[in-house]
Design a binder for this molecule. Sequence first.
Ligand code: GH3
Ligand code: MG
Ligand code: MG
Length: 261
Amino acid sequence: MTTLVGVVIFYSKAISAFFRRARYAWKLVKQGETASPTQSFNQDQLAILSDVYSQLRDHLITSQKELEATNRDLEEKVKLRTKELEELSIRDALTGLYNRRHFDERLKEEVSRSIRHKLNLSLIYIDLDNFKNYNDTNGHPAGDALLEQFGESIKKTIRTSTIACRIGGEEFCIICPHTDIKGGMVLAEKIRKLTEDTEFPNGEKQPLGRVTCSMGVSEFPSTADAPENLVSSADSALYQAKKTGRNRIVSAPVIQKAKAS
Ligand code: GH3
Ligand code: MG
Ligand code: MG
């Protein structure tokens, strides 16, 4: 940039001389002078003007290329940052799993997809057992650390097509597209067993002697025929799991369709 300014200043006198002479030449032409206006310039002056012209042109081309490269760079950075922000807005800050809002949206989408392609869809509703006791015994930060670690166990267990979400405090929901109730129960058991077998800090101080979780599993369309019912039927099944002793999985009952008369 400094070089460009330098060049412009250096040659500014030559440029103004050029215009002075050009004006003079034009005046002669208008007065009927037939001689070529270039005759008003000597060889040195024409050489200087040609030099100025090519230097300015080169600088303009270089500056334009630099500007285009900077623009491309900025556009890339904005795209990347937008993607990062979008990703952050759908994640739970503590566990890195999807958040409640994303869960609601994805569940509707996945149910619509299941209807369109006539595919099953399972939902696993997970709740950590006696988590209040864990907080009370070990403190809230330790409770947070447990939630984080539990989130990691879920991530390790699921496939990439499975959508794992933290929907509130110590409650998690897993959407399993293209999975029937049997498949949902198999995945739920993997998570239950992994939780039971993991040596979480101070797990032995929990009422069951270890950190455990309970689950309810529902399936579209056999145990529920709408997204809202899918969640509530898994929730009712979870309630049964809690009532019957915790550290267990209950499958939602199959809905009886009214027979056509
Ligand atoms: P149950 O086995 O019946 O599920 O009992 P519970 O103690 O797990 O359930 P309860 O609903 O009585 O207590 C849940 C506790 O979770 C209470 C609340 O303070 C705690 N909690 C909710 N969100 C968070 C959080 O983000 N971090 C921590 N550390 N605790 C949380
Ligand atoms: Mg709960
Ligand atoms: Mg709980």
